[in-house]
Design a protein around this ligand. Structure first.
Ligand code: BGC
Length: 780
């Protein structure tokens, strides 16, 4: 490092591209390659990257309540990274589920800091044991998306430390994560990328952490305050707010050169840890391909592990082989395997519930499409519009690029920002009849579909930073075409706009015209009545569960509630599969026989759902977040800043902690709830020292897995109940097992203003299957 002059050092502290860091031969530094993210290692581009494995989403993985599962996921993601020679994977996301409206909760494990921190630590260990760095994100108080680059999260110090920093503290202490990402938002009036208090004082100071702090992408707002605040690396590059400005700040004395040296030292340490310093690392060969039998088995098993039985009357589940099944719902046909935003990947396939259940039951299954589940159109499917091609042209008409597929991102990481004037599109319909045709992306669309003309002028989205890619505008019309008809035309892009000027996601829409919802519901009810059992698959889509946008209701979109009620009224038995990562309202919960929550189950999702429905694997998950009974019935609800501020007024009473204290009504389903396919009796609970022992007996008819959860309700009135430990156990029918759960001492601390104080220790220990089903209470 001493060999480098100031300018050379500063050059290293901003990325060389969107997902790479600059090499520096003078110090033996090779290029360092980074990739998102939590549900798969997407590669070095935001879109159009290589085919990679799509993992189950974070809430589904977390619902296994298993450090072994988290560790395996970390290890497999490291393999996915090594196959692409990637050194740093930008995950796990360990923000908490504060308000259930948070659009990005699907990426984050849970509403509880201990569960989140322990799982994160296991994931990081699994990953970093392979010399691939994990990146804990997003530090800190980044629990919602509305105005995400400007919002000021107002959080008192005790809440910050006891709740929102705790997962970071655990993952640093127990796994020594090699990097951390500073968030977009401000915290108590100071940008997260300039947080001297959080980064320098707590993370690098009190916790003695030696890793690298990278900014979230485009998050850095300044040179000197960010550099002095502890931020080590600005992403993406090569441009950004450091460079010459940071050199000048050192020249003027605003930033000490020793500060720059520390950032560079941390960067080189990271490079050393991942094998990008000195002799370059060896990369393993023969890693499993994304569609290999090995990956398919792993991803099916991992998805099934977290699936959670919410209700199950009269043994409606598991389904019985030999019975006929009416499978119903748009999500049965187009199962949602991942959320939207930077966690998206390009998977080899996505197995739908239809594919999965049909593979096991064959002709015993009939499939009926459900009602519309999106309010915005989606890109054309290649089996409906073939030979689709985009031609990107400059203002003089010259061709800049040509691309296949139904959707493309322009200007983000292709060097074409602001250079594309028009995009020509061309494709061919495989089917005829009334079709919905149009475009996605800001600009003037002029299309011809067969003999019909379609025109839409779409304004730049007002959704703020990232909306150009994640929530672009769309316009469609219904026209009639014949099979083989050509779709052609172009979109003229708007002149420069916003922070991502010249960037946008563009897609062509072409699909059968929507059917009347009443007719769809009637057909589904008739199908349900004709079978032994109806399985209705409902859920959310990437419109609700996405980066950059929050929800405004927990209601299922479209008329899915009507669909469920109609089928339940007509069918002998009705099972509902909920294909969503986060809470939804279930007004029909007492009308149906069973509810299985399956998260966003990844590329093998349909196989995992089928195995869980039939009991080939026990869906032994437990909820990782509380499902409120109604919109607003949650200790923290609004995610809309007022005058730029989002106060965390519920303090440490987030999620189940607040429900238990009566700060919100009884939830529909508690954090920790999940029935599995077993039945369990608890006896002889005792507490001594830091450990609880309890005997659990499998009183059901099949081998099963139980998750023994221990909560502590302190006698101090201002202290909420909190999870202090858990232990999973497997037992055969009739078998009793003595389970020991060690309480985590960090849950007996409170922040006393200038340091940690220990709680009195008096209160109640609750042994529970979620706080709605307490099996033992011990006064301590
Ligand atoms: C997200 C990060 C992500 C980064 C790079 C940002 O928009 O907030 O989580 O790692 O983009 O894609």
């Amino acid at each position: 490092m001493t060999d480098l002059d100031l300018r050379a050092k500063v050059r290293l502290l901003t990325g060389a591209s969107v997902f790479t860091l600059a090499p520096e031969p003078a110090v033996g530094l090779h290029e360092v390659r980074l990739s998102d993210g939590p549900t798969g290692v997407r590669g070095l581009t935001f879109s159009g990257g290589p085919v990679v494995s799509l993992f189950p989403n974070a809430t589904l993985l977390a619902a296994a309540w298993s450090e072994d599962v988290a560790h395996e996921v970390g290890r497999l993601l490291a393999e996915e990274a090594m196959a692409q020679r990637i050194h740093v994977v930008l995950g796990p996301t360990i923000n908490l589920h504060r308000s259930p409206l948070g659009g990005r909760l699907f990426e984050a494990y849970s509403e509880d800091p201990l569960l989140t921190g322990r799982l994160a630590a296991a994931y990081v260990r699994g990953m970093q044991a392979n010399g691939v760095a994990a990146c804990l994100k997003h530090l800190v108080a980044n629990e919602s998306e509305t105005d995400r680059t400007t919002v000021d999260s107002v959080v008192d110090e005790a809440t910050l430390r006891e709740v929102y920093l705790l997962p970071f503290e655990i993952a640093v202490a127990e796994a020594d994560a090699w990097s951390v990402m500073a968030a977009y938002n401000d915290v108590n009036g100071v940008p997260a990328t300039e947080q001297h208090h959080v980064i320098n004082e707590i993370l690098k100071g009190e916790w003695g952490w030696t890793g690298l702090v990278v900014s979230d992408w485009f998050a850095t707002k300044s040179a000197a305050p960010a550099a002095n605040g502890g931020l080590d690396l600005v992403m993406p590059g090569p441009d950004g707010p450091w460079g010459d400005a940071l050199v000048a700040a050192v020249g003027s004395g605003a930033v000490a050169e020793s500060v720059v040296n520390d950032h560079v030292a941390r960067l080189l340490r990271l490079a050393d840890r991942v094998g990008a310093l000195g002799t370059p690392r060896a990369w393993p060969a023969d890693l499993p391909a994304p569609d290999s039998p090995t990956r398919r088995e792993q991803l099916t098993r991992l998805a099934a592990a977290g699936m959670t039985v919410l209700t199950n009357r009269a043994g409606a589940l598991p389904l019985r082989r030999g019975e006929t099944v009416a499978l119903v719902g748009r999500h049965a046909l187009e199962t949602i395997g991942m959320g939207g935003g930077s966690a998206q990947v390009n998977p080899p396939h996505q197995v739908s519930v239809t594919d999965g259940l049909t593979a096991l039951l064959g002709t015993a299954v009939t499939v009926t499409d459900g009602v519309e589940v999106r309010s915005r159109p989606v890109p054309a499917r290649p089996d409906f519009l073939t030979d689709l091609r985009f031609t990107l042209r400059a203002g003089d008409g010259s061709v800049l690029d040509t691309r296949g597929g139904a959707a493309t991102v322009v200007g983000f990481d292709d060097g074409l920002a602001g250079r594309v004037a028009t995009i020509d599109v061309e494709g061919r319909f495989t089917a005829g009849g009334p079709v919905e045709v149009g475009g996605i992306g800001a600009g003037s669309w002029r299309l011809r579909a067969g003999t019909a003309s379609v025109a839409h002028d779409l304004a730049v989205p007002a959704g703020g930073f990232g909306a150009e890619i994640l929530a672009p505008p769309a316009g469609t019309s219904v026209v009639t075409v014949a099979p083989g008809d050509v779709l052609s035309g172009s979109v003229t892009l708007p002149a420069g706009h916003g922070p991502l000027s010249g960037v946008g996601r563009y897609a062509v829409v072409a699909r059968p015209a929507p059917r009347d919802a009443d007719e769809v519901i009637a057909a589904a009810a008739a199908a349900g009545a004709a079978a032994d059992v109806a399985v209705v698959v409902v859920g959310l889509t990437e419109e609700e569960e996405t980066e950059a946008v929050d929800k405004h209701t927990l209601r299922l979109p479209g008329r899915q509630d009507d669909l469920v009620s109609a089928v339940a009224a007509a069918a002998r038995r009705t099972v509902v599969v909920v294909n969503a990562a986060t809470p939804v309202l279930m007004p029909w919960r007492d009308e149906v026989d069973a509810i299985l929550w399956v998260g966003l189950p990844g590329q093998e999702g349909g196989h995992a759902v089928a195995a869980a429905l039939l009991g080939d694997v026990e869906p032994a998950g437990r909820l990782v977040t509380t499902f409120p009974a109604a919109d607003g019935a949650s200790p923290a609800w609004s995610v809309t800043p007022v005058d730029g501020k989002l106060p965390y007024t519920e303090g440490t009473f987030v999620g189940y902690r607040g429900h238990h204290a009566g700060r919100a009504s009884e939830p529909a389903f508690w954090f920790g709830h999940g029935l599995g396919y077993g039945a369990w009796a608890y006896a002889d609970a005792a507490w001594s020292g830091d450990a609880l022992t309890v005997s659990v007996t499998n009183t059901g008819g099949r081998a099963g897995r139980e998750v023994v959860q221990v909560y502590f309700a302190p006698s101090e009135q201002d202290q909420p109940v909190r999870l202090v430990g858990w232990q999973a156990v497997e037992a055969a029918p009739g078998e009793s097992v003595t389970v020991t759960v060690t309480g985590d001492r960090r849950l007996w601390r409170r922040w006393a203003g200038d340091g940690w104080a220990t709680l009195s220790g008096s209160g109640r220990l609750l042994v529970a299957r979620g706080l709605g089903d307490v099996r033992a209470a011990i006064e301590v």
